[in-house]
Write a protein that binds this ligand. Structure first.
Ligand code: BGC
Length: 828
């Protein structure tokens, strides 16, 4: 029987506090193929029966939505044989600045660019004279906040409100706090931290955006009798200090358990007499969040504990992760425990050199008796924890922090090293998706590097329901674009480097939205950002000479090259020009996808392609140069086989090793596969000696490393100046593992898995592979197995979609929704 599920608005289930005034609605069918739908809302929108199979991202076009409005929507769906309806709802947030009665407040204590201040606390008591019908708390900070109501923490968001370009926007959260209030006296409070706004971002000093954290809150209560009470931040709030003596995301936090201002977040507390100060007017916009907040998504318990010396213990969590520690220790009042962390050990001791200036040290000063402590406003990237000043009964566990994105993809096979690689890819993403897609989570950097983002985005969209995460990042990119159209190397852009990002970095502004569109079928990101994408490509027309980008002698930034490649220099002008043609082509496609004329960009792509062939066509040489030329379709047909041969020869000369860096690596296995060298691609995948995907795995890696040789048996640790053990970029191989090894791919013409391409290409000695993806339509899965001379394969195609299934022999089938099994002969 047909049923509908997973009704979502803006990709969230029954969201509260929506800022989008043209929200997108989606639903899933249990079976069959949708022939028509109808949506009706309680505010008078009725689409009528629409003859359409669209069940993803149907845009609301009803009456204008207002602040706080609650909309109930019912969708009815017809298939060939069935009909079903389901109902869901959403609630709007505060849409205009006039909705805010609360004012920005601060504590008055300001640190310096090198110094810290204790975390300010704020509180306000208020009365509710009657039973409560409903209540919403709208809250945000410039800095970080933890909101409290009547002795309880509000919500479970971490590091809120996340990172945006605060000069332009900050996001507020909406919480349903009805159950936290009571008739009579109540108390609303918040603790503030430095976060990105005040604390270290990148390798610069503190206070890039502002000098002290600020709070904005507005509690709106509706009583049963219909009356409304609004409690907003203002100068009548009290302010004081508590357990957090100093904190910084990179440096760590000092918590003094003795200083808990008991009862500060409940009515009746009389400990503080200072009043909050009104903060300067905030001129950016207050936005509702459109992507999931950071949360503690997992708890990890140590696998090993060793005594280093008296009072000093070392724990191994068994996993390099991002988050913070919860410490339980019996204390002698006033004793301070020092916590240091590391990603790796050296001679049995914690190795912290690669953190550079990020001190990543926490201090816990104990109160008498049992202490159960954690930090609030810092996070570290680590696997090992060393505590000094504890007795042997102290225990720890780690809270893993990450943007709370629903995991959607799986991969498993009969080769344990590949399964570990897959897990490392997952952990690399988990640790580097903290509101912003970061390069690394541990050293004094943690930036939204554009290059890394575009390299990994496709894989990330298989791992997690990350559409809104990337839509938010696209806004960060747009916010960082200058008048000339330049895109910086990082977004948000705290001016760490003044130049534009260069090839493969700045080009993220085109590659990311195009990838989101391809993987979701939802054109919104293109509609919203097509102009920004085009402005970037237009700027390349200006900065190139005879269509050669980053030509020798170019006075701007010539780019990072094929970052971290191995003994292979690909000239910047080759990378630059290849990407120039590629992004021009993508803009043309993006324009077409949203009904605009893209022909001018197609012509530009062709002209640049011709310039590329003329200048570099016969001297590509490096693996990356050949890969780009082939993957971006820059070569005349007769030159392609040569480029392929040169590529394969180079790989073989290096003993089946790749030499590619960030730029060439993601495309390399695809180029080999398309070019008929599947076996070579598999040899690269299965290679265990350095440089390779599996070398770090053989060395116990539990995340993806920044460098192929972050640590080697011969040389030990790489350059401390840049050696992260949690960098997702090379995890881009995940895309090849799922699309080629397991065979779950996008149809070349139909985006978003409305039609998928199922085409496993076994190899590498693998006997059993399975993968699945929770698409916008439901579960898409592929599982194959080789038994002697038989290849058997089972696939699952979600309702309301189709698939082309291609067996290793080339036999093809058109499939509809449901499970299908195939078998054929197999010759090893
Ligand atoms: C980052 C990279 C980034 C690169 C640019 C590094 O410091 O960690 O991942 O893309 O700089 O060259």
């Amino acid at each position: 029987m047909l049923t509908l599920s997973r009704l979502r608005c803006e990709l969230q289930t029954e969201p509260l506090g929506l800022g989008e005034t043209s929200p997108r609605l989606s639903w899933e069918l249990s079976e069959g193929t949708q022939t028509a739908y109808q949506i009706q809302t309680n505010n008078g929108w009725d689409t009528g029966r629409v003859e359409s199979g669209q069940s993803v991202a149907v845009v609301y076009t009803g009456p204008a939505l207002e602040s706080r409005q609650r909309v109930e929507w019912t969708v009815t769906v017809w298939t060939e044989g069935g009909e079903a309806s389901a109902t869901s709802q959403w609630e709007m947030g505060l849409l205009v600045s006039g909705d805010w009665q609360g004012e920005w407040i601060e504590n008055g204590l300001v640190g310096g660019r090198k110094s810290f201040i204790p975390s300010p606390y704020f509180r306000q008591e208020f009365r509710l004279d009657g039973p409560i019908a409903s209540a919403r708390l709208y809250v945000t900070a410039l800095g970080l906040y933890e909101a409290h109501l009547n002795g309880q923490r509000v919500g479970d968001e971490e590091l809120s409100p996340g990172w945006t370009d605060y000069k332009q926007r900050v996001r507020y959260a909406t919480h349903d706090v009805t159950d936290l209030l009571s008739t009579g006296d109540n108390c609303l409070g918040a603790i503030l931290g430095s976060g990105w706004y005040v604390g270290h971002v990148s390798w610069n000093d503190r206070q890039y955006y502002g000098d002290a954290p600020k709070l904005l809150a507005q509690l709106e209560v509706t009583l049963l009798d219909g009356s409304r009470v609004v409690v907003g931040t203002d100068e009548s709030w009290q302010t004081g200090f508590g357990v957090v003596l100093q904190e910084d995301m990179q440096m760590g936090e000092a918590v003094d358990a003795r200083r808990e201002p008991k009862g500060w977040d409940r009515p009746g507390f009389t400990g503080w007499h200072a009043s909050a100060l009104r903060a300067p007017r905030y001129t950016g916009s207050l936005d509702a969040p459109a992507s999931p907040p950071i949360r503690a998504v997992k708890t990890v318990v140590p696998v090993e504990k060793t005594k280093v010396s008296d009072g000093r213990y070392l724990w191994n969590l068994g996993q390099n992760l991002v988050g913070r520690i919860r410490l339980k220790a019996t204390g002698k009042e006033g004793k301070t425990v020092t916590m240091r962390v590391a990603e790796r050990l050296e001679d049995g001791k914690i190795y912290t050199a690669n953190y550079r200036a990020a001190r990543s040290t926490d201090y816990f000063t104990l109160a008498d008796g049992e202490n159960d402590l954690t930090t609030r406003f810092t996070f570290h990237g680590f696997q090992y924890v060393e505590l000094s000043g504890v007795d042997e009964n102290a225990t720890i566990e780690a809270y893993v922090l990450s943007s709370d994105l629903e995991p959607v993809g799986t991969f498993a096979c009969d080769e344990p090293l590949l399964n570990q690689l897959w897990q490392n890819i997952e952990w690399g993403w988990r640790g580097n998706s903290l509101d912003v897609p970061t390069d690394c989570p541990q050293r004094d950097e943690r930036l939204g590097w554009t290059g890394d983002a575009q390299v990994f985005i496709r894989t990330s969209l298989f791992l997690a329901d990350a559409q809104t995460f990337w839509e938010k990042y696209q806004q960060d990119l747009a916010d960082s674009q200058n008048e000339k159209g330049d895109i910086p190397p990082v977004a948000p852009n705290p001016d760490v480097l003044s130049f534009e990002g260069g090839p493969a970095w700045a080009d993220a502004v085109v590659i990311c939205p195009w990838t989101v569109y391809r993987c979701t079928g939802d054109p919104r990101i293109l509609e919203r950002h097509a102009d920004s994408m085009a402005r970037w490509v237009d700027s390349l027309v200006q900065s190139s000479k005879d269509h050669i980008r980053c030509y020798q002698g170019f006075e701007g930034w010539r780019g990072f090259g094929d970052w971290l490649s191995t003994n292979a220099e690909t000239p910047n002008e080759v990378i630059g020009t290849a990407f120039y043609s590629h992004v021009a082509r993508l803009v043309a496609k993006a324009f077409r996808a949203i009904g605009r004329d893209g022909s001018a960009y197609d012509e530009l792509a062709d002209v640049v392609k011709a310039a590329f062939v003329k200048e570099f066509g016969d001297q590509l040489r490096t693996q990356t140069a050949n890969v780009l030329a082939l993957h971006f379709d820059l070569l005349p047909a007769e030159q392609r086989p040569l480029a392929l041969m040169e590529l394969v020869a180079d790989i073989e000369e290096r003993g089946d090793h790749l030499s590619t860096g960030f730029v060439g690596t993601p495309y390399l296995p695809h180029v080999l596969t398309e070019g008929g060298y599947l076996d070579v691609a598999y040899r690269l995948l299965m290679q265990t000696s350095w440089p390779s995907y599996l070398y770090p795995v053989t060395q116990g890696a539990t995340t993806i490393w920044e460098r192929w040789d972050g640590w080697t048996e011969e040389k030990g640790f790489q350059d401390i100046g840049m050696n992260s053990f949690n960098h997702y970029a090379y995890g881009a191989i995940g895309d090849w593992m799922t699309s080629v090894v397991a065979g779950i791919d996008l149809d070349p013409d139909v985006p978003g898995y409305k039609k998928s391409l199922l085409r496993p290409r076994p190899g590498g000695g693998l006997m059993q592979v399975s993968a699945s993806l929770k698409t916008g339509y439901g579960r898409l899965a592929s599982a194959w197995q080789i038994d002697g001379d038989r290849f058997s394969w089972t696939v699952e195609v979600p309702a309301n979609t189709t698939a082309s299934a291609i067996l290793p022999s080339g036999a093809a089938h058109d499939l509809g929704p449901g499970s299908h099994s195939f078998e054929e002969g197999w010759i090893a």
